[in-house]
Design a protein around this ligand. Sequence first.
Ligand SMILES: Cc1cc2nc3c(=O)[nH]c(=O)nc-3n(C[C@H](O)[C@H](O)[C@H](O)COP(=O)(O)OP(=O)(O)OC[C@H]3O[C@@H](n4cnc5c(N)ncnc54)[C@H](O)[C@@H]3O)c2cc1C
Length: 420
Amino acid sequence: MSFSKDIVIAGGGMVGASLALQLGAVLPPATRICLLEGFPLPAPLAQGRPDYHPSFDARSTALSYSSRLIYEKLQIWDELQQWLCPIASIHVSSRGRFGSSLLQAGDYGLGALGYVVENAWLGNALVQALYRQGRVEVRSPVRVLAARPRDGGMRLQLEGGEESVIDTALLLVADGATSGLRRQLGVAVEEKSYRQHALVANVGVAKPHHGRAYERFTDQGPLALLPLLPAGGAAHRSALVWSLAPVEAEHLQACPAEEFLQELQQCFGYRLGRMCQVGERHCYPLSLVQSAEQVRQGVVVMGNAAHALHPVAGQGYNLALRDVAQLGAVLEEALAAGKSPGDIGVLQRYLRRQQPDQARTIQFSDYLPALFMHSDPVLGLARDMALSGLDVLPPLKREFVRHAAGLAALGGDMGGRPGG
Ligand SMILES: Cc1cc2nc3c(=O)[nH]c(=O)nc-3n(C[C@H](O)[C@H](O)[C@H](O)COP(=O)(O)OP(=O)(O)OC[C@H]3O[C@@H](n4cnc5c(N)ncnc54)[C@H](O)[C@@H]3O)c2cc1C
């Protein structure tokens, strides 16, 4: 059996679910939109902590100010508030060296420098908002096995639902960094391995974090501890993202909790007191993956499938959300002008508008690990100077915060932002 839609989103992870919400909000009700996710999504009105999902997993995400603006427009920011821990300040330091810097939200007229949310709760909130909105047909678990051009649009082969074929004017590929559909469509990728894994875990600490995030650069790689809300009897919690050589990361993922906490304590120090508890540990190999093509007639590659970044600057998802908002705006204009959503001219307009933001953000995310991980003494000195410089040169610090908050992309300054 087959059916047809105007727009199909393949992949209902954090980006695919946000895309569905955005398009459902801005496109006319007559536009038929469908979201296909290969893994079971949370059920409508699901209560309690959601079950495991590959995108809404044990990680946490630091949402930037630009993401807040997008979610406010989608009217889900208020709903998200209960899961968000605002970042009041960021302490940046370099292990065994003299440079350090403190960035404080209040100094930039910002209520917060970002907002940390556990992916499990963010994913559930997005999916529940989609069900409430009721504009997009959500099908899961349904996998898109193959896609090929047909009549100016795309024909998809499906597995898992009642229908095995779907025709669409526009296919939005949001199936993650290792995108099978991207490969299937013959889209080339540029990949640069950082030869590191990110070891991720929630950690219980003895002292309150007071909304402070820590970014500590070590010779093995950057270590971030992001503030989390209390949960499960742990009053003081932080989300750890520790970039390490793969062998080291795999060892620390598998070793006994006491050994792990001891190693972490030694590397991070006692700014948050004693490390008392660690939750599930997961490893993610780190690469910069960029799709060589993002648009074709009837196809746009989105999210991690388009660009997967090093997590050190917490930019990947925030950038993907700005892509989502831009695509929504371009499609809204195109449909109002009577164009097909898959029209290559329309899709190229999206890319032209969004490419400067993508280039700037990818460069920023790639620059930080390169500068801070190097064992070269000259680069070591450069990183100390960068950290000290950040502290003594207010314009440099301001520029750094503008990038981290996603404000550079919005062309905004930082005066008079509303409180978090
Ligand atoms: C350790 C770590 C920390 C991070 N921290 C931050 C941060 O603080 N801030 C930030 O902005 N970014 C952060 N990121 C980046 C962020 O996690 C990614 O940008 C985000 O996960 C991308 O989501 P996605 O939906 O594109 O891909 P994924 O999350 O990979 O989702 C892809 C989805 O597609 C589905 N799928 C796959 N194949 C098919 C198919 N054939 N048919 C149907 N469905 C399919 C999968 O089941 C999955 O649900 C971090 C990344 C890492 C690794």
